[in-house]
Design a protein around this ligand. Structure first.
Ligand code: SAH
Length: 350
């Protein structure tokens, strides 16, 4: 059995060729799967009964399945634990915003970047995800939204995993998400977040996709960043900021810098000023994120006063910055926490 979930028209044409299925059928079948949300050939009523039966003998359509869903009290955020055929699970988050419905996609099951503040990396990486599997996350959430006559409009590649360490599959996934026969999501509504895999930022630039790049900076100097993010030892801040500047210049799209504020680690006025110097003369925006405390780590959220003082400091230096609105802490939205609990409790996800 071949699982054709995630196949685009071209790939469907390829596999159907040896069965002598005419190419116009591929478009019909893609419409049933991605537009109408059907995963059983028997429901594809514009195909002959014979064809439906024959297809079902050789092919199956299997997006990931739901293990657990949590909804936040305010109903804005839902978190899904989804499982693939090999029992590997990932977290996917739906955030209902005033401008649309955004899905936070995991690009790897777990992560091995080793960032000190992050829950996704605590159990290491099980494996990378295929493009079709990332699409499966979006598809699953989209089919849930369809029940309310809504759909997914925005994607953020900010779930578990480092997208630029799974480069080829992530690029394929971006194409599938954008394909009008599949998800039809505008590139401008897609944000890719990286911990700073510098060479692949340059590669991404050459893809000419008008997506937004988000860089997880979290520190204004190598000393603090080395302690928080091991990748900084390989690609230090100076190189990362240069790559960000090139990316903004080349794509004319504003780069966002994510900056988690951690009490007494990176949240002082000195750090704010250092950060302002780094980003001066750059098409950049700073997203300040008061840390989501992770039980296993001893990092705490600064006081409101400290958060505001940090923001004020950046604004005074003419750096565009906002404090990110918190969503879904009551459903454990800090990356990886739901999956970690599941994997530990069942030992099934590995
Ligand atoms: N590996 C990529 C994408 C996944 S992480 C990256 O590093 O960008 C997505 C974002 O969530 C990153 O900015 C990451 O630093 C942030 N994040 C991780 N743990 C967090 C926590 N405990 N509180 C707040 N943000 C966190």
């Amino acid at each position: 059995m071949t699982n054709i979930f995630g196949y685009d028209i071209e790939k469907l044409n390829d596999v159907f060729k040896e069965f002598n299925i005419p190419t116009y059928r591929s478009k019909q079948i893609a419409d049933w799967i991605y537009n109408k949300g059907k995963t059983s050939f028997s429901e594809m009523t514009n195909l002959s009964k014979d064809l439906r039966e024959n297809l079902a003998k050789s092919f199956e359509i299997k997006p990931p399945v739901l293990i657990k869903r949590l909804n936040s009290n305010d109903k804005e955020t839902s978190k899904f634990l989804l499982e693939f055929e090999d029992k590997i699970s990932v977290e996917t988050v739906l955030m209902r915003k005033n401008y649309g419905n955004s899905v936070c996609v995991s690009t790897e099951a777990g992560c091995n970047m080793g960032c000190a503040f992050c829950a996704s990396t605590l159990l290491g990486k099980s494996r990378s995800l295929k493009a079709e599997e990332m699409l499966g996350e979006v598809y699953y959430v989209n089919s849930e939204l369809k029940k309310e006559n809504k759909n997914v409009t925005h994607l953020v590649l900010m779930g578990s995993g480092e997208p630029l360490m799974n480069y080829d599959e992530v690029i394929k996934f971006l194409h599938l998400s954008h394909d009008e026969n599949i998800m039809g999501i505008s590139y401008r509504n897609i944000t890719l977040s990286t911990s700073g895999v510098v060479p692949n930022i340059y590669r991404l630039m050459e893809e000419n996709l008008p997506i937004t790049l988000s860089i997880s900076l979290h520190a204004p100097n190598d000393k603090i960043r080395n302690a928080l993010m091991p990748i900084n030892k390989k690609y230090p801040i100076k190189d990362l900021i240069t790559a960000g500047k090139f990316y903004g210049d080349k794509t004319k799209r504003r780069v966002t810098y994510e900056y988690i504020l951690i009490d007494n680690i990176n949240d002082g006025k000195t750090e704010a000023k250092e950060l302002a110097v780094l980003l001066k003369n750059q098409l950049a925006h700073v997203n300040i994120i008061p840390i989501n405390p992770v039980k296993e780590r001893k990092f705490f959220r600064p006081s409101e006063e400290k958060i505001n003082a940090f923001l004020y400091c950046l604004e005074r230096e003419n750096i565009s910055a906002t404090v990110r609105k918190e969503m879904g802490t009551d459903v454990n939205a800090a990356c990886g926490q739901l999956r970690n609990r599941y994997v530990k409790n069942t030992k099934k996800g590995e």
